[in-house]
Write a protein that binds this ligand. Sequence first.
Ligand code: BTN
Length: 289
Amino acid sequence: MGLEPIAMSRQLDADLIAAALLHRGATLGQPLTVLQEVDSTNDEAKAAARGGGAHGALFVADSQRSGRGRGGKSWHSPPGENLYLSFLLRPTIQPGRMPMLSLVAGVAVARVLDEALSPMPPSAQAGATPSAESPRVQIKWPNDVYVNDAKIAGVLIEAVTRGSDPPDIIVGIGLNVATRVFPPEIKPPATSLALLGREDLDRESLVAAIAFHLGEGLSVFTADGPATMLAELERRDWLAGRTVQVGEIEGLAVGIDGQGQLEVRDRMGSVHSVVSDEVSVRDLSRGSS
Ligand code: BTN
């Protein structure tokens, strides 16, 4: 089952999310907590982690007072428009692979967007603005999801350590659904499903689609390692072929390695694997961020 076009409900409906999770067969999303307004859904999930909450627990809010992104940035979180959700996960993976969860989540969101932006059935086309060519759904390493060079979603991974156990992982996802006008200071340029012609999708189905694809991606990653995800990342890699600066290293982004690190080839031809997340794009001819 794919995404169903249904009129957007203004308030998030917990019963509809629960039904959509069941309908999609999502392996994550239990227990489900739907809140009107929170500081940050990541904080809700962290509090649950500290209290011993279950793997797969999902926190969704209609709005956030202090939604945050990476690097101390704030995340635009108005009510009634977008998705702000956080999963509490206890994945059974090697600690060294934890940083790759950001990419697993990004790929899951990209798959949801492929579903949402694939050619629409005739019943859904009234009033929508279908684009002439298929949208490019890409991942900008390490945590951004872009469509046609504009950011539509971001992933914020946080860890909660409890004694000597491996840390609990919080996967926070923000997805722009219905916002049409973003604050001008937002960088890089933002987009939303509505701006891409899908103003007919309800947020409840999108929550379930994210839970489904994240659950699928996580189980493949846990059982088989990162190969499948890395192959998909290779074709979705927004940075590939762009000139980037990461810390002291400037060069051409040439891919993502088996540890989920960005590979940058410098002017001397040496390839560096970088973990720092502060990437600036130098090649303005291909767009900047
Ligand atoms: C980024 O692009 O830097 C990451 C943005 C992550 C935003 C989501 S919204 C749900 C969750 N709660 C937060 O405060 N942040 C994440």
